[in-house]
Structure formats: structure tokens, C-alpha cells
Design a protein around this ligand. Structure first.
Ligand code: SF4
Length: 480
């Protein structure tokens, strides 16, 4: 048998719950096609975290796809380092393969550099201008340019060159927000009457909705048709003599065809070795014990799991005894995830064990869906809780975590032990986890019947970011 786990890795955010949404959507799309036995997500700045996500993979055959539009600091430095891949720097075409903790792990290039993205650019162009092409139509691919974190210029130039060779458009240009040739100078370069612009960005955000249209100074002299505003607007476009009409497309990164690109990447990374995986033994042991406990009813963190005629009901432990009619009933792991992503007051929850799980819901789940639902609520807690319960948990002391940091987080190496303790007391004080990484002891876990006993094996990125603020003297100003 060939059981495989696919891991989609995104940036995530400590502040904004929408940051992870695109990765969630692709994971759902690929899951629904049933091509992989499991699709999990991992993020740098929220949970499931990069440090934990491999532990949460059910199978021994794992493929990791960075959900980034270009190569750069995240794909070459942060992700391989945080995931312990023993690789730094440019990733070769065929990807990187490693044997880690009883798993065969493959790490690929980001989806944005895959050759199939050229077709996605064309699709985006045709969405906003169905007959895009011909003597009077120019295509502009808009890139970010090289920043500290991205080298998107290379892939944008490559795509422009490929599309130029195909001769579909009278002109093809690669223009950038932050470097030459700049998108602000488009009028001097582009002569065609119809101009299709496609942003080579991962998502719809500040850049595609505000910065670009502003940089282009589109108002007045040209007519803009944007698929973001209304797809049907392009019909009956007034094309006055001497005027140029701009058709502004959606970013490539949100096109559904990206899901096909991801699947292709995973297949290519696998190459000729059709080994396939089995269930990973530590993972299986933890979940087998967990499911046995769940069949008799169990409490962990802020939740309680109750068996219910072949199904399981999960709810907030403080909602115990409330009649079901007064609670919102959820029936899928994804529904549960969406419902519990924010606190009661609408705040983002980058760390799921912070004691702020909202109340007022119940999830009714099959035996098959329960593990993913629990993973959604408390990522990696079953794996790490079981390791702790069986004295097999490996923790990472603060100095090791600090030494690993680079970029803007390199600063945390300057934090004194007193500063680390001070910030941790505040931040971790609101968290269910016990700081095993700081020497705190945990002799029992929820596996042993103590619901709130959950180990923290190493400082999370949320705490690292807070310690950085402390070192920079900025902590407390923005409310922590
Ligand atoms: Fe919780 Fe602190 Fe561990 Fe982060 S470092 S998961 S806040 S205990």
C-alpha cells in the first residue's frame, strides 16, 4: 500500500486570521479529491506550527510543499530549518529528500516556480479579457521584486519570456513594484491598446487591491476593468482613439488550478521511488491510546469528548450539561476549525492552547473524523502529550531556540534569562501548556486523567516574537 501525507506549509500570522485562509482552502480542495491519504497544514506563525507538523503526519511517506509564490528567505531558510530538514539554501529542481524520525520526507520548490504557473497566468488574463491576445493586446505580469524575503523577479521574468515566445500577445512585460523595470513606468513601455495586467502574487491583499492600482495611476486617462470588481464589466468597453484600456486580473496564487500544480509538484518530488508509507509507529501508538480513552469519554485542555452511540461529541467543558439545542452543532472537522478559529470577541488564535477557546458549540463526529477534529482544536497535543506521558518527549531549552533564530528574530539571543522569564510568565500564563522547555515538571498529562496537563516542548513563535518586542523595548506599547 502507498499511504501518503501531504503537508502544505504557509506563513500564517500572529495577528491576522485571514493569512492562513488560502492554504486552508487548497488543503480542503486537495483533500476532497482524495489523491492523498492525508493533507495537513503547517505555519510559521500559527499552529499547527512548523516545529510540530511532521509529528502530526499519520504516514511514513511525507511530501512538504511550500505555499509560496517564489523562492526566498522562507522557502530556503525558515521552513527547512524549522522543520529540521538539515538543508539550507536553494532547493534543487527535484527537491530535497530526508529520512527523519521514521519518515521519508520530501521537500519541494514553492508552487509559484513550477512551469505550470505559466498557464495559470494565461487563465487569469482570459478571465478578465476572454479574447486576450492578438496584435493589439499587451500582457503585463506584475511581480513584487526582490525584497528581504522574496526573489520573485526571476520567476516573473521567466514567465514573461515563455509567454513572449508563444506569441499570443503583441507585447509581454515583466514589471515590478519594488525594482526596475517599475510598474509605475508602464505607459512608456506599453504601446498596445488593450493592456492585461496579472499580479504574480500569492493572495489578494493590500498589494493587489490598493498599492498596485495606485502605483499605476490608472484613474482618468485609462479605463480599468477589473475581475476583482466585476467580471462582466469588460463587455462593451468604450475604446476611444489613442486611449489604452487596462484589464486588471486577479492574483495567480488564488486560482483553483494551483491545486493541480501542488499535486503535480508532489508527484514529481516522488520521482521513480514508489515506496509509499505505512502508519508511523509513534503517531499510531499515541492515537490508538487516545481513541481508546475517547471511547470511554475524556477531557483535555478546555474540551470534553463524549461517546455517543457510535459517534463522538466534543464541546467546551464549561458547556457541560447545557442542552444541545442551545449550542451550535458542527459536523465536520473543517466546520469545527472555522468556528473556533477566533475567540468569543473575534480575535485571532495563533496558539490554540491559549485559554480562550470560545463556548457555545458542539461537534458531532464519526470515529474517522475525530482525530482531525482534535488536531484542529489542539494541534500536536495528542502526539506530544503521549510522548510526555511515556517519558519520551524531547524538549528544546530556550538558548537552543534563541540560537536558531535569524532575520528580525536574531535579536532574541540578546534577551537575558530574566527577560525571557518575565515575558513567558505573562504570555504562557494564559496558556494551558506547562513549559517543560523551561524546566517545569509534568508528571501526568490528560492521558493520565489530568485535563489541563499538556506539555510545551519548546517556545512557540508567538512567545519568540514577544521576547523580541521586549528586547527592542517595544513590549507593552501595542498591548503585548
Ligand atoms: Fe504556550 Fe508559552 Fe508554550 Fe507558547 S511557549 S505554547 S504560549 S506555554
Amino acid at each position: 500500500d502507498c499511504m501518503r501525507s501531504l503537508v502544505l506549509v504557509g506563513h500564517g500570522s500572529h495577528l491576522n486570521s485571514e493569512s492562513a485562509a488560502a492554504v486552508y482552502r487548497y488543503a480542503e480542495l486537495i483533500r476532497s479529491r482524495g489523491l492523498f491519504d492525508e493533507v495537513v497544514e503547517g505555519y510559521w506563525k500559527e499552529e499547527p506550527s512548523l516545529r510540530q507538523v511532521l509529528k502530526t503526519c499519520t504516514y511514513t511517506d511525507v511530501t512538504i510543499i511550500p505555499m509560496f509564490i517564489s523562492e526566498g528567505y522562507f522557502t530556503e531558510t525558515v521552513i527547512p530549518r524549522e522543520m529540521g530538514l538539515g538543508h539550507q539554501g536553494a532547493v534543487p529542481r527535484e527537491g530535497v529528500a530526508r529520512s527523519l524520525g521514521g519518515r521519508t520526507v520530501r521537500y519541494t520548490l514553492p508552487y509559484g516556480v513550477h512551469p505550470a504557473m505559466t498557464e495559470v497566468i494565461l487563465e487569469r488574463a482570459r478571465e478578465v479579457l476572454p479574447d486576450a491576445g492578438g496584435d493589439d493586446t499587451a500582457l503585463i505580469i506584475i511581480g513584487h521584486g526582490t525584497t528581504r524575503n522574496e526573489n520573485s523577479n526571476k520567476v516573473v521574468h521567466q514567465n514573461a519570456e515563455l509567454l513572449r515566445q508563444r506569441g499570443i500577445f503583441s507585447e509581454v512585460h515583466a514589471l515590478f513594484l519594488d525594482e526596475e523595470p517599475k510598474v509605475t513606468g508602464w505607459r512608456e513601455k506599453v504601446h498596445a491598446k488593450r493592456v492585461v495586467m496579472v499580479p504574480f502574487f500569492a493572495s489578494e491583499g493590500w498589494h493587489t487591491l490598493e498599492t498596485i492600482p495606485e502605483d499605476l495611476d490608472l484613474e482618468g486617462t485609462v479605463t480599468v476593468f477589473s475581475s476583482q470588481i466585476e467580471a462582466g464589466q469588460a463587455e462593451g468597453a468604450p475604446e476611444g482613439a489613442g486611449e489604452q484600456t487596462v484589464y486588471y486580473g486577479k492574483p495567480v496564487g488564488t486560482h483553483p488550478a494551483v491545486a493541480d500544480v501542488i499535486v503535480q509538484l508532489a508527484e514529481e518530488a516522488r520521482g521513480a521511488s514508489l515506496v509509499g508509507g505505512d502508519r508511523q509507529s509513534d503517531h499510531r501508538a499515541a492515537w490508538d491510546v487516545f481513541m481508546n480513552l475517547a471511547r470511554g469519554g475524556l477531557r483535555m485542555g478546555e474540551i470534553m469528548v463524549t461517546p455517543h452511540g457510535g459517534l463522538f461529541e466534543v464541546r467546551h467543558a464549561l458547556d457541560e450539561g447545557r442542552s444541545s439545542e442551545t449550542l451550535t452543532t458542527l459536523v465536520t472537522p473543517d466546520g469545527l476549525r472555522d468556528h473556533t478559529r477566533l475567540t468569543e470577541s473575534g480575535e485571532h488564535r495563533p496558539v490554540h492552547t491559549l485559554r480562550n477557546l470560545r463556548r457555545g458549540w458542539r461537534a458531532v463526529l464519526s470515529e474517522e473524523d475525530l482525530p482531525r477534529a482534535i488536531h484542529t482544536l489542539y494541534p500536536a497535543v495528542v502526539e506530544e502529550g503521549y510522548a510526555c506521558q511515556t517519558h519520551a518527549l524531547r524538549s528544546t531549552p530556550w538558548p537552543t531556540t534563541a540560537r536558531r533564530q535569524t532575520g528580525i528574530y536574531g535579536k532574541v539571543q540578546q534577551a537575558t534569562p530574566a527577560q525571557v522569564e518575565h515575558v513567558a510568565e505573562e504570555v504562557c500564563g494564559g496558556c494551558l501548556k506547562t513549559r517543560v522547555w523551561a524546566g517545569q515538571r509534568l508528571n501526568q498529562t490528560f492521558f493520565g486523567g489530568v485535563p489541563g496537563a499538556i506539555p510545551c516542548a519548546e517556545a512557540c513563535t508567538f512567545l519568540v516574537a514577544e521576547i523580541r518586542e521586549e528586547v527592542a523595548g517595544k513590549r507593552g506599547q501595542a498591548g503585548g
